[in-house]
Structures are given as structure tokens and as C-alpha cells.
Design a protein around this ligand. Sequence first.
Ligand SMILES: Cc1cc2nc3c(=O)[nH]c(=O)nc-3n(C[C@H](O)[C@H](O)[C@H](O)COP(=O)(O)O)c2cc1C
Length: 434
Amino acid sequence: MNAFAMTAPGHLAPGLWRHPAQEKQTLDHWVRLAKFLDENGFHGIFFADVLGIYDVYNGDGPALKSGAQVPILDISLLVSALAHATKNISFGITASTTYENPYALARKFATLDHITNGRVGWNIVTSYLESAAKSFGLEKGIEHDERYKIADEFLEVVYKLLEGSWQDSAKDQSHWQYFKCAGPNIVDPSPQRTPFLLQAGASKAGKDFAAKHSEAMFLPGMIPKKTAQVVQDTRALLRELGKPDDSVKFIAGIFIVVDETDEKAQEKFNDLLQYADLEGTASLFGGWTGTDLSKLSDDEDFTFNAKVPAIQSFISSWTESVPGTGGVKWTKKLVLQHLAVSGAHPRAIGSPTKVANILEQWVEEAGVDGFNISYATTPSTFEDLVKYLWPELRNRGVLQKQYAGSTMRENYLQDGKGPRARDWHPAREYTWSG
Ligand SMILES: Cc1cc2nc3c(=O)[nH]c(=O)nc-3n(C[C@H](O)[C@H](O)[C@H](O)COP(=O)(O)O)c2cc1C
């Protein structure tokens, strides 16, 4: 169970910063939230991150007004304070292989791994926003598959620094194409060496990359049936690479509104919707897909509009999964309403029993191992989970009773094999073994 968070007032829910339940996100706020999640057995807080403003849809105005993933703090600095205040919970930190430097990032993760006692993971992203490219000194973004090639080499450099620095071979000048790095890493070996690695590639290049490097994958999908296919495809890729079937944990994103009864949960959701900002939602959509919805008319029926494939795949899964959406006219407004508050995550709204049934369905049908639970407001979304859903999951015996180990890797892989990257992982090719 991960709390899916962002150091921004609106992660997937632009506009919700205006809701009375949204606390100001000060350091105290984050510390209280982290302690609360830690005391209630969450495996991790997973922090998403972006490095620019969402400006594809009508410039940067709508994103700024609605708080769509902006303003956003540097997570790694925050995590050191959260680590000090907590005991067991791990921290997933998003960092970009396109804009970071491998030598500096390896040092940062080694430092964080020390001060968290091994409770740190890296969500590897290649970054999709053009606005970030321009602020990092490029004229335009690097092409998608090329970004993954760079990412692959970036990881090799990091493995070598973190796993192999304290041996002679790390002093080799290497053959790398994109990076020059003599090493060694100037931080001494930390509990996990290589941080626990997470990734969410959806394209061919992304899936190949994830199968090679990641230890946990975030899976897209609005309905379990489709996500099941992604799980199967990934397992096939793992087998091709000679990795065990269960070498990667699968995590599905989900948005949950839970209360005593279905009616109360629905009322709560309706209340949240009033604060949702559809302009901000259009900004996020623009950044994710590169599609500028301001160019499309308000009442066009998207159901058959092949010009916007990004919308097509959402619509087909909504009509398969959301009751009453078959045969409706999918206008821009309706599409945005379905993305508001929860983004491209499925929504589980209802009583503890209903929500627990939905989660179990994801585990059974899609074969996922866990969830990234997104928020509408902090800390209340997460407080509701603990108040209403946790007792139900505990009764069903599906909530963890204690942490499996002291590091992120032990707590996520739960195979009793310690804090270091497993033998089958490419990082281990660089490990000092003598
Ligand atoms: C649950 C989830 C979380 C993600 N978090 C981030 C993030 O914080 N920052 C980011 O730049 N990209 C993030 N992404 C985007 C992925 O890194 C990736 O670009 C996307 O899934 C598309 O895959 P592709 O790049 O292989 O096409 C996330 C994707 C998913 C599904």
C-alpha cells in the first residue's frame, strides 16, 4: 500500500487546493502525514514529480490558477526530514534520467539511503514535459525512445557508482556514449547500495526498460481485465530476460473515496467534484498526451474521433467499466469530468465493503501486488482510508501486520533476501564481490 503523493497542492486533482479539508502543505503537514501513514502500516509514500509547468493547453495560466502540479517542491530535500520522523515507511522518489546527472544523483540516493536507513526508492522517469526541456537548456525535448536509451546508460553509470565504487574496476574510464564519469561515488556504501527501483513505462521502449531495470512497476489501466494483459506481457518479457516471474511487483494506481455507507461516500465525492477545476484538468491532459484540447470544440463527440487516440483509450475503458456510460456522447467536458480529481486512475467510491471488494478484484483479476492510492486532499483522503477501509481489510486478513524488514527492498519484495539488489538484477553485475 502506497500513498501516492506530490509536493504540490493538486497532483491529479487540480482545484482541490480550495477545498476546506486541504491543509497547507508545510513541513509540519508532511511530517504529520508521514508519521500517520507510518503508524498505520503503509509500505511507502510515493512522490511523483515533474520538472516544468503544464503549458500545452492555453499556456501556463490554467495550470497555475488551478494548482495543477504547480507549485512543486524538491522532494528529496523533504524526504530527509520525513525519514527522521518515521520508523518503517519507505519513500519513493521520482527522478529524471533526462535532466539529472548520474554522478550527482547516485550521491544523492546514497546519502538518502544512509539517512533513511535503506528506506528509499527511485521512480525512474524520462520526463515528458517540453517546458522542462526548455528550462534545462534544450531547444526541444529529446525524442521518446532516445530518452530511454539515455536512461539505460544512466542506470549503468549509477549501478557502477553505487555497487562498484569501492573496488578498482570503478576507476575504469568507461565506454559510455552519453555520460562521462570516472567515479568513484564519494559516499560510502549504504544499506541497499542501489535504491529500490520503480518504473512506469507504457510504450515498447518503456516496457523493455522496466523489465530490465525495475523491481516494482506502476501499471496504467482503468479496468482489471486490461491491466491483467499488461501484467502477462511483462511477465513474458521477464522470462525472456531470464528473470524469475515474481521478480517485479506490480502496483496499480487507484483513487478511493470511502465512508460508512455508499451514499455517504458518493456525497463526499460529489462535494470534491465541486472544487475540481476542469481547465486545470485539461492542462494535465495536455502535458500527459501532448494533445491541446483548446483546439477542439466543446460539444464534439469524441467517441469516434480518431484524431485523439489518447482520449480514445480512456473512453473505451470508461464505457466498459463505469456504469451508465455506454452510448453517452463523450464531449470535452464529460471527458474532463471523468479525469477530474482522479486523473487516469480508476475510482473506487463507496462503503468499506464495496471498496475492499474492488481492491480484491484488482488483485485477483489483474494480478497486481499492491496499490498507489492517490489523494484529493491531504491529509483527509488518507485519514479516511485508515478510519473506514483499514478495519475492513484487516478483517479480511489482507493488510500487513508488520513490516517484512527494515529497508524498502525487503518490505516490497518480501522474499527474505535482504536489502541488496537481487542476483538477477543488472546492478549486481557491478558489485564488488571479492
Ligand atoms: C503511476 C504512474 C506514475 C508516474 N509518475 C511520473 C512522475 O512522477 N513523473 C514523470 O515525469 N512521469 C511519471 N509517469 C510517467 C511514466 O514515467 C511514463 O512516461 C509513462 O508511463 C508513459 O510511458 P512511456 O514513457 O514508456 O511512453 C508516471 C506514470 C504512471 C503510470
